[in-house]
Design a protein around this ligand. Structure first.
Ligand SMILES: C[S@@+](CC[C@H](N)C(=O)[O-])C[C@H]1O[C@@H](n2cnc3c(N)ncnc32)[C@H](O)[C@@H]1O
Length: 293
């Protein structure tokens, strides 16, 4: 597959197209952004930050890499790759954005899966996360992806320039995504199902709460419909205290759990887990042609 460079980066300050030279990206108004030694671009100006070090901490990033590299979530990555392939109907000049890509495990798997397919030609891959530590880690996974530090609230991309957005266990910003997604483009959401990691949650919380993931069709932006849904369930056993700690630290449960619950989980040597996740594919209303209008 012929991976192409992202040509739709936009200045996070004025929204103008960015151009690249050897060392930096710049817009016509003279705002410039250096390409870091590791190859990523920081497009998160200080006025878009809500804290000094937004997003996942270095410790969370290291824990997530450690856990994902164990392969336990490989079936999730494989199912995701299959869904992306199915949803890429027109195979030319695609732009695929992983919004809240973390340390890049899923996007790397998708890129590799599509590389083995002759059908998918000319795709530009962008991985975006607000955590600089996550993006630095992601640059080690894949050099073909354009890795960007930025926010899902205002993705630093041109309007109507993205074909597929992945939001995987991530921070959903319907407004931000809607701005950059082409008409007819798709958003693939991955969320925990009701039983996801229930064994761990039973240990760390006094009572289990059922959560319902956000539904884009219920937001103020009415132009979306669900075009596919898929549930993936499987069980696994973790026989390694370090991996159990990685799992705990990479989820929001680490901060929400009681200290007592966390202490019990931290000392476990073995843990059975149920993985229960739901993929939903939303499509933005295409522009109607004159004949069909
Ligand atoms: C639960 S992690 C999921 C990471 C990755 N998608 C995965 O499944 O491995 C959520 C990620 O969203 C990022 N994040 C949080 N707020 C964000 C925002 N406003 N814009 C972009 N990324 C954000 C965090 O830094 C973190 O990497």
């Amino acid at each position: 597959m012929n991976i192409i460079n992202a040509r739709n980066l936009a200045c996070p300050i004025d929204g103008k197209p960015l151009q690249q030279d050897a060392k930096q990206w710049f817009c016509e108004a003279g705002h410039s952004f250096d390409i870091a030694r590791q190859g990523y671009i920081n497009l998160l100006p200080v006025q878009h930050k809500r804290s000094r070090q937004p997003g996942d901490s270095k410790a969370m990033v290291i824990a997530r890499t450690g856990f994902l590299d164990s392969g336990i979530y490989q079936p999730i990555a494989n199912t995701l790759s299959g869904i992306v392939l199915e949803q890429m109907d027109d195979m030319t000049e695609h732009c695929l954005l992983d919004a809240g890509c973390g340390e890049g495990y899923y996007l790397d798997t998708v890129v590799n899966a599509l590389c083995h397919q002759q059908r998918a030609d000319k795709v530009a891959y962008i991985g975006l996360d607000i955590s600089k530590d996550a993006i630095i880690q992601a640059t080690k996974r894949n050099k073909q992806v354009c890795w960007i530090v930025g926010t899902n609230r205002q993705p630093p991309l041109l309007e109507n320039s993205v074909d597929i957005i992945l939001c995987l266990f991530g921070f959903l910003s319907v407004q931000g995504f809607n701005q950059v997604l082409k008409p007819g483009g798709k958003i693939i959401l991955l969320d925990p199902g009701a039983d996801h990691l229930k064994e761990l949650r039973e240990i760390i919380y006094p009572q289990l709460k059922a959560s319902r993931p956000a539904d884009i069709t219920e937001t103020k932006i009415p132009d979306y419909s669900v075009v596919a849904t898929e549930t993936l369930r499987f069980n696994s056993r973790i026989n390694d205290n370090e991996q159990i700690n990685h799992l705990l630290l990479m989820t929001p449960h680490f901060y929400r759990a009681s200290k007592q619950g966390r202490d019990i989980a931290c000392h476990l040597q073995t843990l059975e887990i149920t993985v229960d996740v739901v993929f939903r594919v939303y499509q933005k209303k295409p522009v109607l042609s004159v004949e069909s209008a």
